[in-house]
Design a binder for this molecule. Sequence first.
Ligand code: URA
Length: 282
Amino acid sequence: MELDARQRAMLEEMGIRVWTPIESMSEDALAFAESAPVPVPGPLGSDTRLGSGGPTLPTQTRSVPTPVPAEAKSSVYAEPASRALPADIAAMGWDDLETAVAGCQACGLCKSRKNTVFGVGHRQARWLIVGEAPGENEDLQGEPFVGQAGKLLDNMLKVLGRSRTSDDEAQSVYIANVLKCRPPGNRNPAPEEVLQCEPYLRRQVALLQPRIILAMGRFAVQSLLQHSVPDVATLPLGRLRGQVHRYEGVPVVVSYHPAYLLRTPQDKAKAWEDLCLAQSLM
Ligand code: URA
């Protein structure tokens, strides 16, 4: 992929310096820039979710323990489903699906959420980006990736000429999360919550029919590749990068979560490679 001076400057601004043409896609093709000043996520809330996907993270823990406010402790851990999922999700159109998500009470997250976070972008976009779960800002605004991590994601997409707000399906992206409701205290999604929410994402994929799915972070990767990659839960995310996986027949590229990249700017260049791989598949 040819990058012009403006695109290179935009990447440098994000702390990604491209030294040589990017076509080779090798590790050496992208060098780590001096990390640009990058806002660090606050302890709770300010940039919401911490994101997962560092190369050495154990599968079921975060690198930084997530504090839980005392008042939220009683409700913070996964609660049993209070009501079943609608039976006909697999037959729903976009609007019915969005309405079903807005009224969903299939797990305990419905009790603490302010808004459901269905997804954003063109409903015929060729790219689907899947994150983990809404954080505080997303819960307040009802839109995925609206904090600092989202800004980084938007900026990286911009270099590729893509945006969540584009009306042009060829340039737009659709962004959704594995979970549609915020886990209180930004804790990790619980397995039963992922299980309950899965039919919604599955239906979004079926309706969107994307040409490529970019799975960002450990929970997106585990949810999308659980049936196609044996032992996906125990593999470091880095081992799944650089290959093309499949979900329901759609090519899947694995990358780091943008919140992880804010904390680990030296891995931004690898994330840029992942986006280039996705772009090359188009
Ligand atoms: N992190 C995510 O995975 N999704 C969001 O929507 C926001 C932060």
